[in-house]
Design a protein around this ligand. Structure first.
Ligand code: ZN
Ligand code: ZN
Length: 985
């Protein structure tokens, strides 16, 4: 944060050198090839005499654009412009009724750094904030490409600038934008928590400022200062690639990538991808053509049905790779790529590229070799995936099933999805009132209905009702009709447990109202038979899920076109970090074995490999999933649906699982090594060591992690120490390699999260010194800011600001949290800032002495509002000696030892059970009170305790409360306090 201080210093120095505004000729600074001029249009930048930036502006509006709070346009007219003494920085200072703007540009040989600082008055109402950081002239960006780069230095978007301007955002935001023009590469990067995106402003409404803008929004907070720093740098243009050649053996020059006329979207994608990657490999751009006839000329790469039409691939060959496989053949000066269906053609295109040395590891991590003169010798590839359903992330390069192969009612404007489809098959909104009997009879004797304040509503049907069956079949057929090119359609109940209690439904069950698999299959089969008549190739997905339908069927077996997705889900499969051999998964294993015995050909798996409650806890399911996959493959199971993938080692998990889905016997260890080398570069070895350590710990310490609920316990203090040591090695090894470093730190972030979450000063269970805690917290915040982490978990477990309060009693006020100045202060001086915040939250002056704030108490439960049988008050509380929270304590800081007699004044209550909880109160270790506490039950009362003379001293003073007996029940034996004061006479 040195640069920030330097910035302030420069400002202070320049105050004496203020020039009379607006003398724009004096408002000009230069260095190297750059000149910056401050004008009423903002900062105009010249590079070697050519205008590369037309101007810039910052506007903070009131809500609904009703007036401005700060505006650089106004500022240039009314503010003061100054030039620093050394002639490198030019600064506008402008004051507005509700805020100030300091807007400066610093020029150096390397480029131009622009800083905008906005301070708003307390209570100012903030609306939209517009920041056009740099406005590039249209002439410069003709035939240019814009790349969006994320914090890892990876290009997340790359698009050609269209020849005609169209107002609006051109892409998502990132850490940097690179405008690659024929004359130069301009990089705009953000050194502050500000996402930038390219905005096309090449339309008349922007007058003289028409161009491409690097655009963003500075988060402004009333009563605070917000700062944003962006830089513009110029580099020479990318070298024009050397155009090589592509030869199709024997000695034919490749000319085109062709499809039939009017190809499907997937065939077009396959052909485009082949052409694009071949260009990246060789620099040679092949023509993309559509061929009407059945003749494929020499030199042509034929993609999709063109390959079969021309006789390059025989239909019989494709039957062998049904349904998702492909055949690729290079022979006689031609290449042919075709799948049994067009999805296989896409996979075939990627297989061809992999044959040429391209490697697809993860989005943003690919290896593309460059070869000047490429020759494709004759070869032949044919493969199909071992699993016919592979729902992971939808990445076609990794061979996943695309979501567009799954029937989706939402895409035709209806409710429901492929997993829980009852709300589509018999919509409650449509039939709830007219046909309540379509819906499940509940235990209270009523049919399923909306209850007030219900946050979710899961549709459960009366599956035995013939009308429900007919309606479901009719509606599913209607969906298939609209999504004919898709394969998989869902027929299943809503989530939850609201199964029908009617006699007819229960009569279908193996154990009435308990084991309901037969009932579900009986219903699903009716629908499936109807579908089979018209659409024999469609697959009907249903669920063996929860206690309701996890047990294998006893009377009804699924129809041939039905695929039952067995869900190894809690409570029957409680552990997701171990495979089925874990003692917590015995019921699930018995279920699965039963299903395999009854109907192996109808069985898919719907599996869980991550935590859904807390997202960043390290989750060690990698080898569990590998072993489960071995088991599934050994039993011929043919479909896998992953309900999400782990956050840690996500891309690795996806890569290896994907490979195993196509080839279950592939060497997973070799795949891990190959992936790590590509993904972590020089840090691969220490990252692998951490990966192995994580999974060894899961095995050796029998760490059972489950998908639902939090999973503390894996990251012990020793675990954190070992892991952080390995990360230090990995970071050193990856130095200078930005993507690898980012990926290493994304893993480190998870370990830091769990370490800070499980051991912190609030829980008073630190295993490291306070300084180390502060340092780790600062690093966590730094990484979270770089990664733009908004949420750490589901719903209430999510907001980072709440979590910071939970582990460190600090509160950020700004949204997003990482734009809060407190975060800057913490990064600057972790231990000092934490101590200062702690003291701020620990005590405050009150009449006659000090109020010791509840936030300052450690070891207790709360602070939280309590209102049972009493007026609501925020309070902290402790339980008996036999619990985890038998004591609480707080520090009172005194600048000097008091000379007068002091007393402790408490507002508290005893637990709501008979008798008074025995309490021991001390100050700096000296007894203040011991015995049954004198406070009321079911209400608040205030009592004073005199403090022994001389017990209070200068500096820190510890006030401590402890129970003296055990809690006899989980809800008994507590002492609760709403207010704690130290008063002097
Ligand atoms: Zn029923
Ligand atoms: Zn386990």
């Amino acid at each position: 944060m040195l640069s920030r201080r330097t910035g302030f210093l420069l400002l202070a120095l320049s105050v004496g050198a203020l020039s009379a505004a607006p003398d724009h000729d004096a408002s000009r600074v230069s260095a190297g090839d750059f000149t910056v001029a401050a004008t009423e249009r903002g900062f105009v930048i010249l590079y070697r005499g050519e205008t590369v930036c037309l101007g810039s502006y910052v506007n903070g509006f009131r809500p609904g654009y009703k007036g401005t709070l700060v505006s650089s346009g106004e500022g240039w007219k009314t503010g003061t412009v100054s030039r620093s003494e050394e002639g490198r920085t030019i600064t506008l200072q402008a004051a507005f009724p509700e805020g100030t703007l300091t807007y400066s540009a610093m020029v150096s040989e390397a480029g131009v750094r622009v800083t905008a600082r906005v301070s708003l008055a307390e209570g100012a109402a903030v609306g939209p904030v517009e920041y056009a950081a740099f406005q590039l002239p249209p002439s410069l960006t003709e035939r240019a490409t814009v790349e969006v780069v994320n914090a890892a230095g990876m290009v997340t978007d790359s698009l050609p600038v269209p020849s005609v301007g169209k107002r609006g955002a051109m892409a998502g935001s990132g850490e940097a934008l690179v405008f690659k023009t024929p004359a130069m590469n301009l990089t705009v990067s953000s050194a502050s928590p500000l996402g930038l995106y390219p905005f096309d402003a090449r339309v008349a409404q922007y007058g003289t400022q028409q161009g491409l803008w690097a655009f963003g929004s500075i988060p402004l907070t009333p009563g605070r200062e917000s700062a944003s720093v962006v830089e513009l740098q110029v580099a020479p243009p990318d070298p024009t690639p050397v155009v090589g050649t592509i030869t199709l053996a024997p000695g034919v020059r490749a000319t085109a990538v062709a499809t039939v006329a009017d190809p499907t979207a997937r065939e077009r994608l396959a052909a485009d991808e082949i052409a694009a990657y071949l260009k990246r490999i060789t620099g040679k751009e092949l023509t993309r053509t559509e061929v009407a006839g059945e003749v494929v000329l020499e030199g042509v790469i034929a993609v999709g049905t063109l390959a079969t039409d021309a006789g390059l691939i025989a239909p019989d060959e494709l039957k062998k790779v049904r349904p998702d496989g492909y055949v690729v053949r290079a022979a006689a000066g031609r290449v042919a790529v075709c799948g049994w269906r067009d999805l296989g053609t896409v996979y075939g295109a990627y297989a061809l590229l992999q044959h040429l040395g391209v490697r697809f590891y993860a989005p943003g991590c690919e290896v593309v070799p460059t070869v000047r003169d490429l020759t494709l010798e004759p070869f032949e590839l044919a493969a199909k995936p071992a699993y016919e359903l592979r729902v992971v992330t939808g990445d076609l390069k990794l061979g996943h099933t695309p979501s567009a192969d799954l029937g989706n009612p939402r895409e035709i404007g209806e409710a429901g999805n492929v997993v829980h489809s009852a709300e589509y098959l018999a919509p409650y909104e449509k039939y709830g009132e007219t046909h309540p009997e379509y819906f499940a009879l509940q235990k209270d004797g009523q049919r399923l209905h909306h209850r007030p304040n219900e946050t979710r509503f899961d549709v459960h049907l009366c599956l035995s009702n013939p009308e429900v069956r007919a309606l479901s079949a009719e509606r599913l057929l209607a969906l298939i009709e609209k999504q004919k090119d898709r394969t998989f359609f869902g027929v299943s109940q809503g989530d939850g447990f609201a199964w029908c209690e009617c006699k007819a439904c229960k009569a279908l069950d193996a154990v009435p109202g308990v084991d309901m698999t037969d009932r579900l299959l009986d219903y699903v089969n009716v629908v499936a038979r109807e579908v089979a008549v018209k659409y024999p190739d469609k697959r009907i997905l249903t669920l063996a899920y929860t206690n309701a339908t996890s047990p294998p069927p006893t009377k009804v077996l699924p129809e041939a076109n039905v695929r039952v997705q067995y869900c190894p889900y809690p409570r029957r499969t409680n552990c997701q970090s171990h495979d089925f051999t874990c003692e917590q998964n015995q019921q699930g294993f018995a279920d699965l074995t039963g299903w395999i015995a009854k109907c192996p050909d109808n069985l898919y798996i719907f599996d869980y490999s991550r935590g859904y409650k807390i997202w960043y806890e390290p989750f060690g399911s990698f080898y569990a999933m590998k072993r489960k996959l071995d088991l599934y493959a050994a039993h011929g199971i043919r479909g896998l649906y992953y309900c999400g993938v782990p956050t840690n080692f996500r891309d690795l998990f996806v890569f290896v699982q994907s490979k195993l889905q196509w080839a279950p016997k592939a060497d997973a260890e070799a795949l891990i090594d190959e992936f790590m080398a590509a993904y972590y570069g020089k840090a691969a070895a220490p990252v692998r060591a951490y990966f192995d350590f994580l999974h060894r710990q899961v095995e050796e310490r029998h760490v059972h992690q489950m998908c639902e609920g939090a999973n503390p316990g894996l990251v012990s203090a020793e675990y954190a120490d070992t892991a952080l040591e390995l990360f230090a090695k990995a970071e050193a090894a990856a130095a200078g390699d930005r993507p690898s470093l980012y990926r290493v730190r994304a893993e480190k972030f998870c370990v830091l999260y769990a370490d800070l979450n499980e051991r912190n000063p609030v829980q008073a269970n630190l295993a490291v010194g306070k300084d180390t805690f502060a340092r780790r917290l600062a690093e966590f915040l730094q990484l979270g800011r770089t990664m733009r982490i908004g949420s750490l978990g589901r719903r209430d477990d999510g907001p980072v600001s709440d979590w910071l309060y939970k582990v460190a009693r600090i509160r950020t006020q700004t949204n997003p949290w990482y734009a809060d100045p407190l975060v800057d202060r913490l990064l600057d001086d972790p231990a000092g800032t934490l101590a200062a915040e702690e003291q701020l939250g620990a005590q405050t002056k009150t009449a006659g002495g000090w109020l010791v704030l509840l936030d300052g108490f450690r070891g207790c439960l709360g602070p939280q509002e309590y209102s049972n049988d009493c007026p609501p008050r925020r309070a902290v509380w402790i339980y008996g000696k036999n619990t985890k929270t038998p004591a609480m304590w707080a520090q009172l800081h005194l600048d000097s030892a008091p000379t007068r007699q002091a007393r402790l004044v408490l507002t508290a209550q005893d637990d709501d059970k008979p008798g008074a909880v025995e309490l021991f109160v001390t100050l700096n270790g000296r007894e203040v009170f011991r015995g049954p506490n004198p406070f009321k039950e079911r209400g608040w009362s205030t009592t004073e305790f005199p403090l022994p003379a001389g017990v209070l001293r200068q500096g820190e003073n510890e006030i401590r409360f402890a129970t003296l007996a055990d809690s006899v029940a989980p809800d008994a034996g507590w002492f609760m306090m709403a207010e704690c004061k130290v008063l002097f006479e």
